[in-house]
Design a binder for this molecule. Structure first.
Ligand SMILES: C[S@@+](CC[C@H](N)C(=O)[O-])C[C@H]1O[C@@H](n2cnc3c(N)ncnc32)[C@H](O)[C@@H]1O
Length: 468
């Protein structure tokens, strides 16, 4: 069936005689919030984290009960992860494109499809609430019958649609899909794309004092002990604060990839370390736990408060000094043995957790961030003591923000020598070492056989030593 213009006209005639649904219809406010927030992400390129922040989030989100907020987040994550497939379904089910500017209608349809095809929401309720939202929205009202017909059809053809997505997924946004293929080749890009459509598992980093009992912790937590040393919890969502060891600070949540850069310093006992972009502090905790006296610096005083809370729980606060300042203004007059620059980046390595990233970023953002990282790295280099190590890392998948920045730095700094990453330093990730000795991690890494527990965030790391 194609939803024809004729049906739309009939639908318009029918709906004009029907009263608008009550605004307090159960479940409607959550769908309306999801529609609005999806629009803000796709059209205004606002970040989902900001829009669903529990204090400063979108007013329609904040007006919801916690259960409905969780539902809105699930709807948004699903809509964005599968956006290419959902958008292609809309195009296939309509005999002509939706009117340009009908973004409210698009949001209602995408959110409806996401629930019907991927979420545990009864089809009739997803359809009913989508139609109700359309009838309340003055710009979508005349399409209420189309919403009804299209979503009912999706419910009937669910199995076919899912088989079609599995066989030939449609990737979105296009610029990001093309860039991944250009960088990593078609085969790896397809694996990365598939991982981007699954939820990221939760990984934990064990305190050094607990590492000798890593298998015991894996058993107690029902986790997998990864070859990298991180623990991977079986599900992608759980109340981590209720797990054994949380209160006692035996571990902290940190993706297996994110845990790698700070380990590249090796033994830090008694050394002075600087974490240039420290918050929220996963890597600061690693540096302190490895025995360093850490200066944790970040531009954001608010994010540093979170870092301080995390270090307190882990019992590592007394090994760290926090400084809220701009790295470019930081010139303490004495060098550090270890300097980590985990620089701000496009975050394209975290798409499994933040599927809004490719929709809110553009290629020009990547170029600008790469320039900023290069300048930050130049400044970070001035803070390294003779003989000290400098590690540059970020969670971008793009070599413009990784390999290129490291190469430019090498070429311009004769006083620093690259220290290639060695296979024995990164068990399980040996294949991620590049010819230049950098580490290039992607979600295609850490293939454990079962797709539900495979993968890792994308990360880049390069290590240099300041000549004595
Ligand atoms: C990728 S996050 C760091 C994550 C952190 N290393 C961790 O492992 O938890 C980048 C951080 O850089 C900080 N930042 C951005 N520009 C900065 C600057 N000019 N000086 C210092 N910090 C900056 C941001 O506030 C943000 O917290």
């Amino acid at each position: 069936m194609s939803v024809s213009a004729d049906k739309r006209r009939k639908g318009q005639r029918r709906k004009s005689s029907v009263a608008a649904p009550p605004a307090d219809k159960p479940g409607l406010a959550a769908r309306q919030a999801a529609h609005r927030i999806l629009g803000a992400i796709l059209d205004a390129r606002s970040s989902m984290d900001g829009l669903t922040d529990e204090v400063h989030g979108h007013p329609q989100y904040l007006a919801l009960e916690p259960r409905d907020r969780a539902l809105v987040r699930a709807i948004l994550l699903t809509s964005l992860r599968h956006y290419g497939n959902l958008d292609a379904t809309l195009a296939r089910f309509t005999d002509k494109p939706l009117p340009s500017g009908a973004t409210g209608l698009r949001n209602i349809l995408v959110v409806g499809l996401a629930q019907i095809l991927f979420l545990d929401v009864p089809d009739h309720s997803a359809v009913d609430l989508a139609v109700a939202a359309a009838r309340i929205d003055p710009r979508a009202r005349r399409f209420a019958a189309l919403v009804n017909a299209l979503l009912r059809r999706a419910g009937r053809e669910k199995e076919d649609l899912l088989a079609r997505f599995a066989e030939k997924p449609v990737r979105a946004p296009r610029w990001f899909a093309d860039r991944l293929e250009e960088i990593h080749g078609a085969e790896v890009a397809a694996v990365i794309d598939a991982r981007h459509r699954t939820e990221a598992p939760i990984d934990l980093t064990l305190r050094a004092s607990e590492r000798s009992d890593a298998s015991g912790w894996a058993e107690r937590l029902g986790a997998i002990l990864l070859p990298t040393g991180s623990l991977r919890l079986a599900g992608s969502s759980c109340d981590v604060a209720a797990l054994p060891g949380y209160e006692d600070g035996a571990w902290w949540v940190q993706d297996a990839s994110a845990a790698v850069p700070a380990r590249l310093f090796g033994d830090l006992a008694g050394k002075a370390a600087l974490d240039c972009c420290a918050a929220p502090g996963g890597k600061t905790a690693q540096l302190a736990d490895a025995g360093a006296r850490v200066t944790a610096l970040d531009l954001s005083a608010n994010r540093l408060k979170r870092l301080a809370g995390n270090l307190d729980r882990l019992g590592l606060a007394d090994r760290c000094e926090t400084i809220a300042t701009d790295l470019f203004r930081f010139a303490p007059g004495q060098g550090f043995d270890a300097v980590l620059l985990d620089a701000p980046c496009s975050s394209t390595g975290t798409v499994r957790r933040h599927p809004d990233v490719p929709f809110t970023k553009r290629p020009e953002d990547i170029r600008k961030l790469a320039d900023l990282q290069a300048r930050m790295l130049d400044h970070a280099a001035t803070l390294v003591a003779p003989g000290g190590l400098l590690v540059f890392s970020n969670c971008s998948l793009d070599p413009l923000e990784g390999e290129e920045v490291a190469r430019r730095f090498s070429a311009a700094h004769a006083g620093f020598e690259p220290v290639p990453v060695r296979a024995e330093e990164v068990p399980g990730l040996e294949d991620a070492i590049t010819a230049e000795g950098y580490l290039r991690l992607t979600p295609a890494c850490l293939d454990l056989g079962d797709p539900a527990v495979s993968g890792a965030d994308g990360f880049f790391a390069a290590r240099f030593r300041r000549c004595p």
